[in-house]
Design a protein. Structure first.
Length: 191
């Protein structure tokens, strides 16, 4: 779940404990944990509700000064009328983000992950892609996924799915816009 950079501190200090999202489909789950700035949050509840049913207390919990500010913040995904259904997501901070830089990157682990990438490449209908994507992210950190997908000639959603596979192996990290390689990702990219 993404939050604007200017709201990270308020999420971290529990000033923001609710968010409203205008999504076509749900992008979070109850019990799911998500990194926001330097902390990890866990989703407590998710419900759909019309904009007009949002309480003043929830406006404050969402970090907005008033309903108009909340409407404007959520409207980047589309127009919001009083009857527009939004996801109301309540969450709490569970702890500090564990920096991947803290994890040791030994030669054996690098070799195991590199072998896993080789197997992924061998099974891929599009041919070898893993190291190409890692190299692209290393060369263009913080670049929007639409641009990266165009460079490799892939549809954006397919490209993002591939990056998520690399992230699950601890090779990439998502930014507000784009991605970066973790220390493990940098080692594996050059194998």
């Amino acid at each position: 779940m993404q939050f604007t950079r200017d709201s990270h501190a308020a999420v971290a200090d529990d000033s923001i404990t609710v968010t409203f999202r205008l999504w076509k489909r749900l992008h979070a789950k109850v019990g799911g944990r998500y990194t926001v700035g330097g902390v990890v949050i866990e989703v407590d509840t998710i419900e759909m509700m019309p904009f007009h049913a949002i309480t003043n207390a929830d406006v404050r919990r969402a970090g907005a000064r008033d309903r108009d500010a909340l409407r404007a913040r959520a409207a980047h995904a589309g127009p919001i009328g009083d009857d527009t259904l939004l996801y109301r997501i309540q969450f709490h901070v569970v702890g500090a983000k564990v920096e991947r830089e803290d994890a040791p990157v030994d030669d054996e682990h690098v070799a195991q992950v590199a072998a896993k990438l080789d197997r992924m490449d061998a099974r891929a209908k599009i041919g070898p892609w893993t190291r190409r994507v890692l190299q692209l992210i290393e060369d263009r950190p913080g670049t929007v996924s639409t641009e990266l997908a165009a460079i490799v000639g892939r549809p954006r959603q397919e490209f993002k799915t591939d990056v998520r596979k690399l992230k699950a192996l601890g090779l990439t990290e998502s930014l507000e816009i784009g991605y970066i390689l973790t220390p493990l990702g940098k080692r594996v990219a050059n194998t």
